[in-house]
Ligand binder design. Structure first.
Ligand code: SF4
Length: 413
């Protein structure tokens, strides 16, 4: 008899806005993490007010998915004002858990909102089983591991603790330890630990070995003094090649980073991890990695992809010091609103300029996708047009295969 997977990990996707949350769930996420209007780290992500949170929870629960709210800011004296009411309100809305790193906020949450499960945020840098057991004894349901732990460490933690383990499997990495960074504070007066990171590590810099009088030649410059710009940006994490090991390690939740990312990104990444995890868990003995999963991830990649700290301590090859590899870029050009199978006409909401003679790719949940050339396009009044140039314009076109509402359309740039 073949092996049976007893615990299928949750796929946890970012829900930066209500639209992104619905998209992530539609494309296969089991849960989404979102930010409230206070106490979170992503002050520039589209944080949810209470009515939006209510809608998010109702949508998620109707689709058997969960919603976690990040309240993982570093709290200075006074920042905690009103936190008790916040936690009580989100508990009563039906939020499934709250992510916290600061023990002061945990205390308030436990006192004022009993019954609301707490997950330890990655900001708390949990890296060993003693730490996990400590937090379990404090009453936490789950620990989000620091990104800096390796696969063998995760396996040991799994063996020696019963608390739920959540681990990052895809997305951007910080150059500093679990986001403990003040670069952005210095360069842009924006506090990374209060949600304002300006991604200063990814800016372009010149690096000088030593500044001598009248001589300012950057390190690595050619004879004319021209250098490749230097950044401190780390390559992105992608564990799609290693799904069997993640599942076998007993990780409860596979986390995708990126509340600031687009619905194009979220839909693509959730779709791919859903397909891979389902495929492995359905038949681990005959699982085969599919190149198309990686191809899909490259369509939305912003940097090179690597396995982070899972198998080795990253060396300089995992930093973007110099020139980047060319990454194929796709523009998200539209979303299907409806489809008539009789006429094969799809109604599309435009998101980026596209038009007749462009070759576009339609894609949807379950890794459905096909390419076709746009041969005709009509506006809302049924008038033939060449292009759909206006943002959010409604257009119609004939498609060669059936599509569904919320399917996406992209075009190679
Ligand atoms: S500046 Fe870079 S390393 Fe620092 S918090 Fe922002 S992304 Fe992370």
């Amino acid at each position: 008899m073949g092996r049976v997977i007893t615990k299928k990990p949750e796929i946890l996707a970012p829900g930066g806005t209500l639209e992104k949350l619905k998209t992530a769930i539609y494309y296969g996420a089991d849960a989404c993490y979102i930010g409230g209007e206070a106490y979170g780290l992503r002050s520039r992500a589209g944080n949810f007010d209470y009515p939006e949170m209510r809608e998010a929870v109702a949508f998620a629960h109707a689709h058997h998915a969960k919603v976690y709210v990040a309240a993982n800011m570093v709290t200075h004296i006074g920042d905690e004002m009103g936190a008790g009411e916040f936690f009580r309100t989100i508990r009563d809305i039906g939020v499934d858990a709250v992510l916290i790193s600061d023990p002061a906020l945990m205390d308030i949450c436990m006192m004022d909102a009993p019954g609301l499960p707490i997950h330890l945020s990655t900001q708390a840098s949990a890296t060993n089983y003693q730490t996990l057991n400590f937090w379990a004894e404090e009453g936490l349901e789950r620990v989000v591991l620091a990104r800096e732990v390796g696969m063998e460490e995760i396996k040991e933690m799994r063996e020696k603790t019963s608390v739920q383990i959540e681990a990052f499997v895809h997305g951007a990495m910080c150059i500093s330890y679990s986001g403990r960074c003040v670069l952005s504070n210095h360069m842009a007066s924006r506090d990374a630990n209060r949600g304002g990171c300006a991604q200063s590590c990814r800016w372009k810099y010149d690096l000088f070995e030593q500044e001598l009088p009248g001589l300012k030649t950057p390190v690595g410059a050619d004879e004319e003094g021209i250098s490749e710009k230097f950044s401190m940006s780390a390559v992105d994490l992608a564990m799609i090649d290693n799904i069997p090991e993640l599942v076998e390690a007993g990780i409860d939740s596979l986390k995708i980073e990126g509340r600031m990312k687009s619905i194009h990104y979220v839909s693509t990444v959730a779709n791919v991890y859903r397909a891979a995890v389902d495929s492995y868990c359905a038949d681990p003995d005959h699982y085969e990695f599919k190149e198309e999963w990686l191809d899909e991830l490259w369509k939305v990649a912003q940097r090179e992809l690597a396995t982070g700290f899972y198998y080795e301590t990253p060396d300089e090859s995992m930093q973007l010091f110099g020139k980047r590899r060319k990454i194929p870029h796709y523009a998200f050009v539209g979303q299907v609103l409806s489809y008539d199978p009789e006429t094969q006409i799809a109604v599309i909401q435009q998101r980026n300029n596209f038009g007749v003679s462009d070759t576009v790719e339609f894609y949807g949940p379950g890794m459905r996708h096909f390419e076709q050339e746009i041969t005709s396009l009509k506006d809302e009044d049924g008038q033939e047009i060449d292009r759909a140039p206006h943002a959010m314009m409604i257009v119609t076109t004939k498609v060669k295969q059936a599509v569904q509402p919320l399917d996406m359309i992209r075009k190679r740039k």
